[in-house]
Design a protein around this ligand. Structure first.
Ligand code: ZN
Ligand code: ZN
Length: 780
């Protein structure tokens, strides 16, 4: 017997059963069913699921469960993105500074504990990956594969070491990639400073970064700027007494400041471009810690402090003409919000500029859902000016498997046979160019280097060629829209262009993010976070999953809605109560009995709903799918059909069997349709109540038969009349089962006598006058 209320105990029971029975497993030996494989995102091991995870992993689970019911052998592995800066920060906070090997061991311990917690939460959400295929990016085996992929790219000249300006976070003391930058608005100051022209005249230069004066290598102006005609090539003296050259360049903005630009090698990205264009000397004005370098009395001062001191000094010397407030957009590191600097250092790069066209071509071979998602990738490729900095000066990461020579900057790859490579255990190597002893690289990889080969990792690359043939490319990559320019881009580049020459997936499905109910980004500081663990206290898992489905529209952010989740919970109660009503009437029908008009209507509506839901599931439109189910099950089935047939199922009339057939058919097909979204509820009804031998998740997805359009059209009128009479009774404070003496119904076409009889019973009418005319219902 179904218990009185649906609750989480039921969900826990089925989770345990599924795990014991291996309901969701991939069958390695099945060569008959087609494979559907999912390149599931490995979440960063933060120790806790957030609503964004719940949303995106629910979508993935809907796909997997739906495909299983459609005859696919679903391969749904789950990995963990374990390494990186946030863990280092937490471990360092707890254990302090430790030698690298020990520090890494602590990070691993910490991460294992976090994985355990997240795995438990995922199981509680009813997610159904095949846990036998778990991978962790921190495992030596994963390191080996990442390193091998890098050595292959190095051999193909796609990876190189170079001294080059990189975005640098002075707080994390590490190079970071362009994709890790955020932009923030800041109130700055534009300060107008006196330089001296060739004849000793004042030349006023406006700058927001006076602290970089010591690194000034040129003054630029626009060739069409009348104010500076004849200045080309002139010697200009900076306020610090250094002589630099005046150069004209079309890209100088005449409108900004005085139209003169002070070029410091690393002031911003444009400076770097000009430095290369005019082969200007490279001066490193700022060091790795964000302190001034070779800046006389200001050497060793942090940027902000140096800025203040320099302005004071220039003001004292009468070299400041004026100061203006300036709205600036500055670049910060997305993880720590620190303003980044450009500094020059030896780093490892992956060539993404010369491969841009190949990446774009490959992206076009993949089906993007929604279609516009590809534009994020194309725009990103087209704006790529620099190669991808893949080295990070961190500890908890995959070591770069390379050596370099301090003398001549020659490089070499580690031996493939000795992988995984760890610098502290590296074999000595001599420089192929100058024969001196080389140093093993101690930098680690950008974490996107790890995660950009997940489609290869899950397919058995590089050791199991047979498995690769079955599982690569993956059928689907589901991921967040905000990481198209990182995860999708790097994966197409590495797994596709660089390593296999084949697109890594057939389809990519993009989801948006969950915002706070107020429409803002959820954040600790705003105190607007909604946690899945909190929600689970008040809502069953299936209600939360259904909320995810309702949050629909792909690739768009959506505020969390309490209204949706409450609605979702009520819908589950509705299904539950309908099942409890049908439970004593449950019955198997080998064949369809002869149906009445009203039965044909509900079966017709069921079949239409099946067809629509199937199309929506195929198109990953879960919000549309649940909307159709709500309309059909709640409105047509519970509000109307159940009420219409009560007298038939409790009586012994000739149409009783037909009503029982329709009730059972609608309920069973509906729980199948709902099972990807509400797997526990469906299972409890299908297996618990009907006592089916197999899980609903092993059942065949329903096929929609006859839509009985004629019956549906006719019964629409009946529904409308019943609804109006319900309103009439409510308005006149009559009980719903109160008898009505006489009702006049006019309709353009005659209403079937069978329906008029039904109507009398449903609405308790003694006498009906059916007349021809415009549609109207008039109780007399
Ligand atoms: Zn940082
Ligand atoms: Zn050398």
């Amino acid at each position: 017997m179904l218990q009185q209320r649906y609750d989480r105990e039921i969900e826990k029971k089925w989770q345990k059963t599924w795990e014991e029975e291996g309901t969701d497993r991939f069958d390695e030996n099945d060569t008959v069913r087609p494979i559907f494989s999912i390149d599931t995102p490995p979440p960063f091991t933060s120790g806790e699921l957030h609503m964004g995870h719940v949303l995106s992993y629910s979508f993935i689970d809907f796909v997997a469960r739906y495909k299983r019911m459609n005859g696919f052998n679903v391969y749904y592995p789950q990995g963990w993105d374990t390494q990186g800066f946030p863990t280092e920060v937490k471990v360092e906070k707890k254990f302090g500074k430790l030698p690298p090997v020990e520090f890494r061991a602590r990070c691993i311990e910490w991460t294992l504990e976090f994985i355990e917690r997240m795995r438990t939460q995922m199981k509680e959400m009813g997610f159904s990956p095949d846990w036998r295929y778990e991978y962790r990016t921190m495992d030596p085996e994963y390191h080996r594969k990442v390193q091998l992929s890098l050595i292959k790219m190095y051999a193909d000249k796609l990876i190189y070491m170079s001294k080059y300006p990189v975005y640098w976070c002075p707080k994390c003391i590490s190079a970071i990639a362009k994709a890790e930058l955020d932009e923030v608005e800041k109130d700055g100051t534009l300060i107008y400073i006196k330089f001296k022209g060739p004849a000793g005249e004042d030349l006023i230069v406006a700058t927001s970064r006076p602290e970089l004066l010591h690194a000034c290598v040129a003054v630029l102006f626009n060739p069409t700027d009348e104010r500076y005609k004849g200045l080309e090539g002139a010697r200009i003296t900076t306020p610090l007494g250094k002589e630099v050259q005046a150069i004209s360049d079309k890209e100088v903005d005449k409108e900004f400041g005085t139209g003169l630009v002070m070029l410091c090698t690393f002031g911003d990205k444009m400076d770097v471009v000009w430095m290369h264009r005019y082969k200007l000397p490279m001066i490193e004005g700022i060091d790795r810690y964000g302190k001034l370098k070779e800046a006389g009395e200001f050497t060793g001062k942090k940027v902000e402090e140096a800025k203040k001191l320099i302005i004071e000094k220039l003001e004292r010397e009468g070299k400041v003409v004026k100061k203006e407030p300036l709205k600036q957009t500055i670049k910060v590191h997305d993880r720590c919000n620190t303003a980044v600097e450009l500094i020059s250092s030896l780093q490892w790069f992956a060539d993404i500029r010369s491969t841009g066209k190949l990446i774009k071509d490959m992206a076009h071979k993949i089906t993007w859902i929604p279609e516009f998602g590809i534009s994020y990738l194309i725009d990103w490729v087209e704006s790529a000016e620099w190669d991808w900095v893949i080295s990070r000066q961190r500890i908890f990461g995959t070591p770069l498997p390379f050596y370099y020579c301090e003398k001549c900057l020659g490089t070499a790859a580690a031996d493939e046979s000795g992988l995984p490579f760890y610098p502290e255990k590296a074999k000595p190597k001599t420089c192929p160019k100058c024969n001196s002893q080389m140093k093993p690289e101690t930098s680690t990889c950008d974490v996107w280097v790890d995660s950009s080969i997940t489609p290869l990792i899950i397919s058995g690359w590089p050791d199991d060629q047979k498995r690769m043939e079955r599982l690569y490319p993956a059928s689907l990559r589901p991921q967040g829209v905000e990481i198209v320019r990182t995860w999708a881009f790097y994966t197409i580049y590495r797994s596709g262009v660089a390593l296999t020459g084949m697109a890594p997936w057939n389809e990519i499905l993009l989801n948006g993010n969950v915002l706070a109910p107020d429409g803002k980004k959820m954040s600790k500081s705003l105190g607007n976070i909604i946690s899945p663990a909190e929600l689970q206290k008040d809502y069953p898992t299936d209600a939360i999953r259904q909320w995810a489905a309702m949050s629909g529209a792909m690739a768009r952010d959506r505020p969390f809605s309490f209204e949706d989740i409450k609605y979702s919970k009520s819908f589950i109660s509705k299904v539950w109560n309908a099942a409890r009503f049908i439970e004593p009437l449950r019955k198997d029908f080998p064949e369809e009995p002869e149906l009445t008009l009203i039965d044909r209507w509900i079966i017709g509506r069921l079949n239409t709903t099946i067809k629509e839901c199937t199309a929506h599931m195929e198109a990953y439109e879960y919000h549309e799918m649940v909307k159709k189910m709500h309309a059909f099950f709640w409105h047509d089935f519970c509000d109307n059909y159940l009420e219409f047939v009560k007298h038939r199922v409790y009586g012994e009339g000739p149409t009783k069997e037909a009503a029982l057939y329709a009730l059972n058919k609608v309920l069973l097909d509906s729980v199948k349709l709902l099972s990807p979204i509400t797997p526990h509820l469906s299972e409890e009804i299908y297996r618990g109540m009907y006592g089916k031998a197999q899980s609903v998740h092993r059942a065949q997805w329903p096929e929609g038969g006859d839509e009985h359009k004629d019956a549906v059209d006719k019964v629409l009128v009946l529904n409308e009349i019943v609804s109006q009479l319900r309103q009439h009774k409510a308005k006149n404070k009559l009980a719903q089962n109160a008898e009505l003496e006489e009702v006049r119904i006019s309709n353009p076409t005659p209403i079937e006598p069978e329906l008029l009889e039904e109507l009398k019973r449903i609405s308790k009418i003694k006498k009906i006058d059916a007349i021809s005319g415009e549609f109207a219902v008039s109780p007399l």
